[in-house]
Ligand binder design. Sequence first.
Ligand SMILES: [Zn+2]
Length: 87
Amino acid sequence: MSIASSRTTFTTPQRKTFSMCQHQPPCPSADSTDREAAQLVAHHPEQGWSLLCNGVLLFEDTGELLPDGQVIAPHRPVDPPRVTAAA
Ligand SMILES: [Zn+2]
């Protein structure tokens, strides 16, 4: 039995260009460090992802998939941070 646990198995509509932002102020581009501030254009909590105006797919674990296929690892802890007093 194969395990299809990859987050690449979800299906999305064909995404062409996302340079058509009509928001004011304009959304940050996908290569901006501010990319998560873009407006949501699709939200699929049941699948655990959201599509931002700049074409970035934002996963509920804070991972991201950029329009050029680049994957950004989750950068915010899902679990409460466990403070280890090591000393
Ligand atoms: Zn926009």
